[in-house]
Design a protein around this ligand. Structure first.
Ligand code: AMP
Length: 308
């Protein structure tokens, strides 16, 4: 982590996940959009996490985040409360997870109040959680240099207007392919990304899982390929990890140009490759800055198109 970089505020779920994959299963393992995002981002910039857990949250989770330098002053612990739980199952190709159960638990009554100096954080990542909570956090940040939001099908099914309102307020709207199609009713992904821009976001990123991502602005769309790992064990949190890498790179460089957003997306795709190689947060937690740089270089070389 570079302590000189400006900080990134991340709000999202801090969860206990139960996972079923063809390669293994886990019960009540560390997860959550804010946790994956924070672990990824903390490799590049200081992170301030905003979220809530119950007193059942294991000390292992706190220790892991603390060991990566994540500031947990904004993580509320509700005495006697139960931590957010999500369970999901994956089929053979580990594409999209089928959600089996979601228990918001302490997130149902969460009303985030930013502690200390958090309101002055320059970079804000509103990771997947109720859009109403994302809005409450964004409203409390004085004047972010860059804000980015993610979402998921549950919120598009239940509170689509709130998702649209949030997209209208951020610099970067992030979604996976199915979510972009659901939001815009466009099956063509570039058309879907363009419609997302019409909702007000300055840039839109459409994640395509193992097929990379589109990065779209008013000047058009560019494609970032995935890092071609052949070991795919569990794709949980890959999208959040990608996002943490994107905002971490932008914060650590301070360069918000379109070219640097491409570099940020390449960092995100490399970090996502570490995430999918092990069950839960294990692969990402073990990755080092050197690992990241090595894979970035390999991705850069493998994706260069020779000139005609
Ligand atoms: P991803 O695989 O990137 O879509 O994110 C998976 C993570 O999202 C898991 O660790 C879950 O705990 C978390 N998650 C699943 N459903 C929700 C939800 N409705 N709100 C917030 N986080 C969720």
């Amino acid at each position: 982590m570079s302590t000189e970089s400006p900080a990134v505020l991340i709000v999202g779920s801090v969860a206990l996940d139960s996972l079923e994959t063809p390669y293994g299963a886990a019960n009540d393992t560390l997860g959550g959009s804010a946790v994956y995002g924070s672990l990824a981002c903390s490799m590049l910039a200081p992170v301030r996490l905003v979220g809530v857990v119950g007193s059942d949250y294991p000390s292992e989770g706190i220790e892991l985040l603390t060991s990566k330098g994540v500031d947990l002053e904004g993580l509320e612990v509700i005495e006697g409360g139960e931590t957010f739980r999500w369970s999901g199952r994956y089929d053979g190709d580990l594409g999209a997870a089928e959600t089996l159960e979601t228990h918001l638990n302490v997130f149902a009554d969460f009303s985030p109040k930013l502690p200390g100096d958090y309101a002055n954080t320059p970079y804000v990542f509103l990771a997947n959680i109720q859009p109403g909570l994302q809005a409450q956090v964004l409203e409390q940040v004085a004047s972010p240099l860059l804000s980015m939001c993610d979402t998921m099908n549950l919120w598009l099914d239940t509170v689509p207007d709130e998702v649209e309102a949030m997209i209208g307020k951020v610099d970067i709207a992030l979604m996976n392919d199915a979510e972009a199609q659901q939001l815009t009713q466009e099956s063509h992904l570039i058309a879907a990304a363009e419609k997302t821009l019409k909702l007000g976001a300055k840039r839109s990123i459409v994640k395509k899982g193992e097929h990379g991502a589109f990065i779209c602005t008013d000047d058009g769309c560019r494609f970032i390929p995935p890092y071609p790992t052949t070991r795919i064990i569990d794709t949980t949190g890959a999208g959040d990890t990608f996002a943490g890498g994107v905002i971490g790179h932008l914060a650590s460089t301070g360069d918000l140009s379109d070219d640097n957003l491409m570099r940020a997306a390449a960092v995100g795709t490399v970090l996502a490759s570490f995430c999918v190689e092990e069950l839960g947060v294990k692969g990402l937690a073990a990755a080092t800055r050197e690992d990241l740089e090595e894979r970035y270089e390999a991705l850069e070389k493998s994706s260069r198109i020779p000139s005609l």
